[in-house]
Design a protein around this ligand. Structure first.
Ligand code: FAD
Length: 458
């Protein structure tokens, strides 16, 4: 088997040469300063210029556009909140939470609209998501989930159960007992999306500076290693890397996810596997896995390996260690044993962020001129669009449905100090893996259900 180890993602490796943007050169003033050149920061900048072209907007990025999770993810443009609707309903009302989820559903089409309008070639295709049920417990959970979603007001056009034959007609995964189809997902090459979005921002007049580290964020000011930026509004879109900002180490938990990409499959292999409409795919184990058929005919596939490093650590070297990818390889070949022996051309990893209450947020403090969004729990590609659009509307006082949505709230409370974080996260992942093993043996695991609920604080 031919293997290329790389620290960059498939997506970043395949990009055409990108502009080298200058670093900040001395202090500057702007109407809005955005920290972070990922989806959250860039969507905010993009919509600000759409809403008010006269605004001066500067995006500050420590490395390069798309360096973070936005350039490394699974490319699921998925309209899902990890915490589900109920958490937001408890904070507001069922109707408000339902409205929020519908706005997220619409964000997938909104991204498709912008991609077309701006001519961003990123393989965007809305083929939904198929989740396989590969043991009795997963099948039962899917049945309960669809019943729950339908009771909340969604329909078969959103979530629907599939028979084993229907599931297999979409993808020939091994050991399938049934499946769940979720309609509001597109597959995309996130590297081309994030860099195309950056170019669209610049075309609209946004300034992007790279290789500039923000050290702290104050009221109407951002302190960097290359000067201060003063602004009426400061937007923070630093997700897992928020831990590097002064005083923010415990705000969001950085959790690793790792990915691989295969060499392009042959037409015969695809004829056997399916995924013709490029639905993104997963099964329903607790230790999340996710995959997509890429536009150029590969499988890009990921899963959570060693999830958390002491002290909310982020360690680029650990992202490419072959042993940390062993579980990801194993999970892919377990799903598609017919692919054993295929070349893996790319291995990489990245960090996503989990807030203490597992609830993605938008935060707005008008007195401080401060906005932030994140805590997407690994489902940020579509969510960052909604967050960025909302923050741009809050800044410009736009009167839209989105500026009153219930996820606009206080910043999440901080995680516990070490060693509690390390013990808590490591042991809960061990327990989830144990729950998966119990379920693979054909049993139902209360352990997994209890744990997943506990972790989400529900
Ligand atoms: C391996 C992996 C797979 C994933 N798969 C999916 C998926 O399929 N679908 C999905 O919806 N979500 C997925 N996610 C999550 C998704 O990628 C993120 O939620 C989303 O990209 C977050 O965007 P962001 O802009 O908020 O953060 P990021 O993309 O992480 O961007 C933050 C940026 O801020 C910069 N920055 C941070 N600190 C500073 C500083 N102090 N000074 C200057 N700049 C700074 C960083 O360099 C970075 O570029 C995945 C994540 C990972 C890691």
């Amino acid at each position: 088997m031919r293997t290329v180890l790389t620290g960059r993602s498939l997506w970043l490796d395949q990009l055409s040469p990108q502009p080298q943007r200058p670093a900040l050169n001395g202090s500057l003033e702007a109407d809005v300063v955005v920290v972070g050149g990922g989806f959250t920061g860039l969507w905010t900048a993009y919509y600000l210029k759409q809403l008010d072209p006269s605004l001066s907007v500067v995006v500050v990025e420590r490395h390069h556009v798309g360096f973070g999770a936005s350039g490394r993810n699974g490319g699921w443009v998925v309209a899902e909140f990890a915490c589900g609707l109920d958490k937001y309903a408890a904070m507001s009302s069922h109707d408000e939470a339902f409205r929020l989820v519908r706005e997220l559903h619409a964000s997938v089409d909104e991204i498709g609209r912008v991609v077309r309008a701006e001519g961003i070639e990123c393989g965007f295709h809305k083929g939904g998501t198929i989740r396989f049920a590969r043991n009795a417990a997963q099948l039962e959970r899917q049945r309960q989930e669809v019943a729950h979603e339908h009771a909340a007001g969604f329909t078969n056009d959103d979530f629907r159960l599939l028979s084993p034959d229907q599931t297999r007609s979409i993808a020939a995964a091994d050991g399938v007992l049934g499946g769940l189809f979720f309609a509001h997902t597109a597959a995309v090459d996130p590297g081309r999306l994030v860099t195309g979005l950056a170019a669209a921002c610049e075309d609209a007049g946004v300034t992007i500076v790279e290789r500039t580290t923000v050290e702290s964020v104050g009221d109407h000011v951002v302190h960097t290693d290359r000067g201060d930026l003063r602004a009426r509004h400061v937007v923070q879109g630093t997700e897992a890397y928020t831990r590097d900002l002064d005083g923010e180490r415990r705000r969001l938990l950085p959790v690793y996810s790792r990915m691989i990409a295969t060499e392009p499959l042959t037409a015969e292999q695809w004829a056997e596997i399916g995924l013709d409409d490029r639905p993104t795919f997963a099964d329903d184990r607790y230790m999340v896995i996710y995959g997509q058929r890429t536009e150029d005919g590969r499988l890009a596939f990921g899963g959570r390996g060693i999830p958390y490093l002491w002290g909310s650590g982020i360690d680029p070297e650990s992202e490419v260690r072959a042993d940390s990818h062993a579980r990801v390889d194993a999970a892919l070949f377990e799903l598609f044993p017919q692919l054993r022996g295929i070349g893996i051309t790319h291995r990489w990893g990245g960090v996503l962020a989990i807030p203490r209450d597992w609830t993605p947020f938008v935060h707005h403090d008008p007195d401080r001129g401060f906005l932030a969004a994140g805590g997407y729990v690994g489902e940020g590609v579509a969510t960052a669009n909604l967050a960025g659009r909302t923050m741009a509307e809050l800044i410009t006082d736009a009167d839209t449905q989105r500026v009153g949505l219930p996820w606009i709230k206080a910043l999440p409370r901080r995680w516990e100090p070490e060693p509690l974080r390390w013990i808590g996260v490591r042991s809960s992942y061990r327990l989830m893996a144990a729950a998966d093993r119990i379920e693979e043996r054909g049993k139902t695991s209360r352990l997994g259900i209890t744990l997943a609920n506990l972790l989400r604080g529900s």
